[in-house]
Ligand binder design. Structure first.
Ligand code: NAD
Length: 363
């Protein structure tokens, strides 16, 4: 079988995850790399044995290579739209990190452009692929929880409660678009849509806890303009009422997710404690007997073969590209929808009123 030659654009933190998953997949060759920062380019390029002649500081040169089949776009949010649009024009398949764009208008344009080409694509809502989330999907789809009443979602971590962290791109609205909402919240909004359905109306409140950080060029303090926390409520389809907490100021917590879903016949709790595959957990309370005693049952997340399924986003992407199987749960359409919810939530903090998501998104 022909192997997929992959280029990675942006060689920082998340690129390591993409490259690791590429290395583990027998059908993908991590083949080319681009980073505007020569030091990152050299460091990441050397670690993943990317040939020197396939390393670039200008992504357009990488996209011009006809021997590259797909790219992973792992750059800061402000660059997602232009790089992804150029990727679509180049006819290459892509995996794009979240949030997919800075604005809903950009997300919509990218979604429509991609749809017209039929290119294989995925958005980095990587937690969908966890066995606990897949199992939750199976249980909810079977109707075992009955009619869903409530979803309580949180994605919290404590790492930003540190004044020594400088004014990185993620603290600047013009480079990141939003803070904890786009960074952490986008994952949970996607997961909620995936598991129980679409959002109707939203309202949120947000705030900045450390308002100034040291500028990277050493010229003093600069303003933090992205929110450190975002708390929200939503009504979802089928009369579901939901609450959400996304913060980077939860002392001692490290990439912690929690989703509680309650229906007329059962409850389900998904947790992820340190962001790593294998730390996902799912427990359920189904049926009158357990409900009366308040007992919860841990779900077995191993397959029939007794093995924890570690299939990654990249594995699913390769299967789709090669026509083996289509099991990519999250693509640019999902990225676009989530961007609409983000925009509605952000506007609601200004107007301090509920916003209808359908006013933002074209179906
Ligand atoms: N899916 C997830 O769980 C997850 C986790 C972390 C980050 N992310 C997303 O990944 C993206 C990158 O985040 P990160 O933490 O890796 O950031 P980072 O700052 O660690 O890395 C970004 C890299 O991109 C490079 N870069 C910037 N502009 C570029 C350009 N025009 N062309 C080529 N390279 C360029 C930078 O030099 C840097 O090395 C963000 O959109 C973020 O939201 C997703």
């Amino acid at each position: 079988m022909k192997k997929i030659k992959a280029g990675v654009i942006g060689g920082g933190n998340i690129a390591e995850f993409h490259l690791n998953d590429m290395v583990k997949n027998e059908n993908i060759i991590p083949y080319a790399l681009c980073d505007v920062n020569q030091e990152s380019l050299d460091k990441t390029g050397d670690r993943y044995n990317i040939p020197k002649e396939n390393r670039y500081t200008d992504y357009k040169e990488l996209l011009a290579r006809s021997d590259i089949d797909m790219v992973s776009i792992c750059t800061p949010n402000v660059t997602h739209f232009s790089i992804a649009m150029d990727t679509v024009k180049s006819g290459k398949a892509y995996v794009l990190e979240k949030p997919v764009a800075m604005t809903l208008a950009e997300a919509k344009e990218l979604y429509l452009a991609t749809k017209n080409t039929g290119l294989t694509n995925a958005v980095g809502f990587s937690y969908r692929y966890l066995p606990a989330v897949q199992k939750a999907k199976e249980i909810i789809s079977s109707g075992a929880l009955g009619k869903i009443h409530h979803v309580y979602a949180q994605y919290i971590e404590g790492k930003d409660d540190n004044e020594n962290i400088p004014l990185l791109w993620r603290y600047q609205k013009e480079l990141a678009g939003s803070g904890s909402l786009g960074d952490l919240g986008s994952h949970m909004l996607d997961m909620m849509r995936y598991l129980v359905g679409d959002f109707n109306e939203v309202i949120g409140t947000s705030g900045i806890i450390i308002p100034k950080r040291q500028k990277l060029d050493g010229s003093g303090l600069g303003d933090v303009t992205t929110e450190d926390y975002f708390h929200a409520m939503a009504t979802m389809e089928n009369d579901i009422s939901a609450t959400m907490c996304f913060t980077k100021f939860a002392w001692g917590r490290k990439n912690s997710q929690r989703l509680e879903i309650y229906g007329s016949r059962g409850g389900l709790i998904y947790t992820l404690e340190n962001g790593l595959r294998g730390s996902d957990h799912l427990k359920v309370c189904l049926g009158n007997e357990l409900a009366l005693t308040g007992d919860w049952v841990d779900m077995n997340l191993k397959g029939f073969d007794g093995v924890y399924n570690t299939k990654s986003q990249m594995d699913c992407f390769a299967e789709k590209m090669l026509g083996i199987k289509n099991t990519i749960p999250a693509d640019i359409e999902d990225g676009y929808y989530v961007q609409g919810i983000i925009e509605a939530m952000m506007n609601s903090t200004q107007s301090r009123t509920w916003h209808k998501v359908s006013d933002y998104i074209i179906k």
